[in-house]
Design a protein around this ligand. Structure first.
Ligand code: ZN
Ligand code: FE
Length: 255
C-alpha cells in the first residue's frame, strides 16, 4: 500500500506534509514550522504523529518542533550540521545516509545552498522527494548560506532522480516564479502553457505543489541551464552550467 499524503498550508506561504502508512499506522511530518497547523492536520486526518523529518533550521520549518515533540513523543530526524534547532533532533543525518520509515527506505540527499544544513528526503518506493527550500515549482531557494556553485551541485543531485519523481517543496511561490521563468525563457511554449494552468489553480485556491521532475525539467529555468535558447537569451552560450545557474539566480534576486 502506497503512503497516504496530506499537505497543509501554514504561515504566509508554507506547506507542511504528512506521510502516513496505513499498514503500520506511522505518520511522518515534513518540517515543524507551526505546531497548531500540524495538530489541525493530524486532527483532520485522524493520524497519529510518530516522526518529524526536518529539512533545515530556518524558523518557518522548526518553530513548532519543541511543542510537537513533547506533545506527540515523535522521533525527530534532522540535519547533522548544528543549528539553534538541532538540540531537538534525536537522529542526525548527512548526505547519502539511509534510514527506514514504515518499511520504506528513505535516502537522505544533502542539498546545501539555501542553508548549509539542508537535507532532502527521497523515498524511491513511493516516487516522492521532499525538497524543502531547495527546489520549488518553477524556482529554487534563495542562496543564504552557501554559494551558487554549491546550490547548482545540489540541484544536479535532484536532476539525477527519475523523471516521474513527485516533488513536495515547502513554499507556494509559483505565481512569482512563473513570471520570472518567462523573463528568462520567453520562447518556451510549455512554460507559457503552464503559467496559464497555475494561475487558474491559484485563482481557485488550489496548491501548485506537488510537482513532478519531468515537468520541472521542461519549465524550471534553474534546471534548464544547458538549454541553448536560455543561454542565447543570456548571452552565455559558452559558459559552464554553474555560471549560467549563478546568473539566473542573480537575476531572480533582483526581479
Ligand atoms: Zn528556509
Ligand atoms: Fe522556508
Amino acid at each position: 500500500m502506497a503512503f497516504q499524503t496530506h499537505q497543509f498550508p501554514y504561515g504566509n506561504d508554507n506547506y507542511g506534509l504528512l506521510l502516513h502508512c496505513t499498514v503500520t499506522g506511522q505518520t511522518a511530518c515534513i518540517d515543524a514550522g507551526d505546531d497548531v497547523a500540524t495538530d489541525a492536520a493530524l486532527a483532520e486526518t485522524g493520524w497519529r504523529l510518530s516522526h518529524i523529518f526536518i529539512t533545515h533550521h530556518h524558523s518557518d520549518h522548526t518553530t513548532g518542533l519543541a511543542s510537537l515533540k513533547k506533545r506527540h513523543n515523535a522521533s525527530i530526524f534532522g540535519p547533522h550540521i548544528d543549528s539553534a534547532a538541532s538540540v531537538l533532533y534525536d537522529t542526525r543525518f548527512q548526505d547519502k545516509d539511509e534510514f527506514e520509515f514504515s518499511g520504506r527506505k528513505v535516502t537522505v540527499i544533502a542539498t546545501p545552498g539555501h542553508t548549509l544544513d539542508m537535507l532532502n528526503f527521497y523515498i524511491a518506493e513511493e516516487d516522492i522527494v521532499c525538497t524543502g527550500d531547495t527546489l520549488f515549482v518553477m524556482g529554487c531557494g534563495r542562496i543564504f548560506e552557501g554559494d551558487a556553485n554549491m546550490m547548482w551541485a545540489s540541484l544536479e543531485k535532484l536532476l539525477a532522480l527519475p523523471d516521474h519523481t513527485v516533488i513536495y517543496c515547502s513554499h507556494e511561490y509559483t505565481i512569482a516564479n512563473a513570471a520570472f521563468a518567462l523573463s528568462i525563457d520567453p520562447d518556451n511554449a510549455s512554460l507559457a502553457a503552464r503559467q496559464g494552468a497555475i494561475i487558474e489553480l491559484r485563482e481557485n485556491e488550489f496548491p501548485t505543489v506537488p510537482t513532478r521532475l519531468d515537468l520541472e525539467k521542461a519549465t524550471n529555468p534553474f534546471l534548464r541551464v544547458s538549454d541553448p535558447s536560455i543561454r542565447k537569451h543570456l548571452g552565455m552560450e559558452n559558459a559552464s552550467n554553474a555560471e549560467v545557474f549563478a546568473e539566473i539566480r542573480r537575476r531572480k534576486d533582483n526581479f
